[in-house]
Write a protein that binds this ligand. Sequence first.
Ligand SMILES: *[C@@H]1O[C@H](CO)[C@@H](O)[C@H](O)[C@H]1NC(C)=O
Length: 300
Amino acid sequence: MSAGIKDTSTQTRTDVTAKRRRNFPSSLLFPAFIPLLLYFLYLLSSPPDFDTSMLLPRPDAPKNALIVTAHPDDEAMFFSPTILALTRNGWNVSGLCLSNGNAEGLGDQREKELYASYNLLGVPSSNVEIINDPALQDGMQRAWMPSDAGKYVYRRLDIEPFSVVIKFDKYGISGHINHRAASLACSPVNWPFLITTRKVKVWAVRTPSLLEKYMGPLPAIYHLVHTRIADTEKGREVLRLLRLDRKEGAWRKVEVINGLERWWTGIEAMREHKTQLVWFRWIWLGVGSLQWTNTLIEAW
Ligand SMILES: *[C@@H]1O[C@H](CO)[C@@H](O)[C@H](O)[C@H]1NC(C)=O
C-alpha cells in the first residue's frame, strides 16, 4: 500500500516536470547564450594589462608599491587584481598589514596564512610586515586612532623607496571600522612633502555599490566590452549617444582586471587563509566582483 502511494507521487512529479518543460519554450533560448558566454570567456581568458607605470608619481620613479591592509586576508579578498597586475609586471610589491587579525585568538596562525597568501600573489615573505600593536587590534568594536596606525605607514615610506601606496578607500569595501582606519592611516597629513615632491602617489581601491559587489565577473566583462567598443571612433560615438562614455572626473581612475588565471590565483591565495574559510566566505569568493576587478582611484 505504502509502495503504491510512493509510486503515484513519483509519477505526479514527473508529469509536472514534463508539463513545465512543454510550457517553457524560452528554454530554447538557452543555446543562443552559448556564443555570448564563449565570447565572455574569451575576453576573460586574456584581458590586456593596463600600463602600470601610469600609477607612478613620475615616469622615472622606482616600481615599488606598498599595500596597506587591516587584517590578514584583506589582500586576497579585496586587492588581488591590483597586487597581481603589479607583481606580474615586474613591480617590487610589499605588504603592510596593520593587525594580525587576533579577534578570535588566532593571530599566530593568521600571520602564517598571510605570508603564504602573499607568496602566491608574487610577494616574498621578507616584503610582508605584520603589526601587532595593542592600539591596533582586530575587531568591529576596536577603533584605531589614525595617528597610531599612520606612524607605521610613515615609518616605511620614510626609509624605503616606495613610489606608490595602495589602500582602502574611506568606506573600506565592507565598511569594517579597521578598514576605514587603515585608509585614514595612509592620509599624508604627516608626510605632505612626499606628495608635493612627487615621491609617493596614493591610490585607493573603490568600494563598489552593494549590487556591484556581488555580481561576480560581470563588472569585469562590462569594462572589457566597453574598452573594445571605445577602441574605435564609431564605438565612441555610440557610447556617447548612450551616455556610457567614461567622463574625465576630478580624480584619475584605473580599472584593473583579473583574467581567469589570475582570478584563480586570487582564490588560491584566499584558500591559504584556512582559519577564515567559513561557508559565507566561499559565497563571497564565488560571487564577489573584487576577485575579478579593482577600480583604483587616485587619492593623493
Ligand atoms: C623590494 O622592496 C623591499 C621592501 O622595500 C626592499 O627591501 C628590497 O630591497 C626591494 N628589492 C628590490 C630588488 O628593489
